[in-house]
Design a protein around this ligand. Sequence first.
Ligand code: LLP
Length: 394
Amino acid sequence: MFDTDTISRFKELETPFYYYDLGLLRKTLRVCKEAADKYGFHVHYAMKANFNPKVLQAIQSFGFGADCVSGNEVSKAIASGFDKNQVVFAGVGKSDKEINTALDADIFCFNVESIQELNIINDLAKAKNKTARVAIRINPNVDAHTHHFITTGLDENKFGINGWQLNDVAETLRKCTNLEFVGIHFHIGSQITDLEVYKSLCVRINEMQDWFEDKGFRVKVLNTGGGLGVDYHNPDTKPIPDFEGYFKVFKDFLKIRPGQEVHFELGRALVAQSAALISRVLYVKNGQKKNFLVLDAGMTELIRPMLYQAYMKIENLTRESASPQVRKSESESQILKYDVVGPICESTDCFQKDVELPESFRGDLFAIRTAGAYGEVMASRYNLRDAIPSVYSE
Ligand code: LLP
């Protein structure tokens, strides 16, 4: 990701910033699109992962749809050129204002998460003399085997409608004259690296579609959600996720009816590897128990390690990736253990403890890798920090 020219360029820039490798982004999008096209699958990009304008522009240009979770995301998707017929809107707490925004935009479909929401969408659509297309988000009670903070498909999670409520759903759909049922929707969690989990999901989806068909509903769309994980440990050796293997699981295990559409909502897998957070060492604090590297970026710029105990690879670009001239000679450089921390006034503001790194110094450039998903979008102004800028490979 970082050749010597790129690192020289970084040296001239104020830190911290997000660096986007647009070439890698396009390559990832191409591989995913080709793998999905092979089976006629439709991918909606989960905009929540990253709504940086250049990222959205690239994704839209490949013909992906958009999966939105707020009225503002719906508006932004349409303003960014995504086709309204490929925009879906999920979320457990859609406000009336947001529902109206999506009705006015005439999006493809609402992924509905409760019976009460079905009734509200019906009322709001009726007031506009419109019909809203809806998919029922079902909580399949399938364990995604990922961090519990990013698990969504278990009975204990707030998302979706549980199996025991489906009779009421069918009844509500029958009496809501301003709703058109298009299909069923699932999303069991994020950063899923074990593809076996998706086989279990397929089994549940098949059961659910049988159930709806038995009740006389035609299921036009099976929406399997997102969640495909990326390799945070090896961003350079495996930068592109196994889209082929992922889609093949659904091809092999879903009972796809003739003419039925299969939809996906990938976020992280499309964008994570294409960006890094670039930061400088402000201070090196050598303590009796610990050595600390204090970076000029912290939880305000990238909160994943603090919020989800997420591992993200940390590199000293000045010592590890730079040209040999700026590196210390082999014999001189030593590997030390550091706690890599940010400047925020919170003990939790630590990117990683006991990281083995070459001896590091004030001013060294650092990269925190695989930061393209849930990085920039989750940044905050806490401590009245500056908004973080972005730098692009081209
Ligand atoms: N569809 C729905 C309904 C979702 O809730 C999500 C993510 C996705 C699709 C996309 O999931 P992905 O393919 O990106 O895994 N901030 C956390 C991740 C939260 C995911 C929220 N929902 C993190 O940084 O790990």
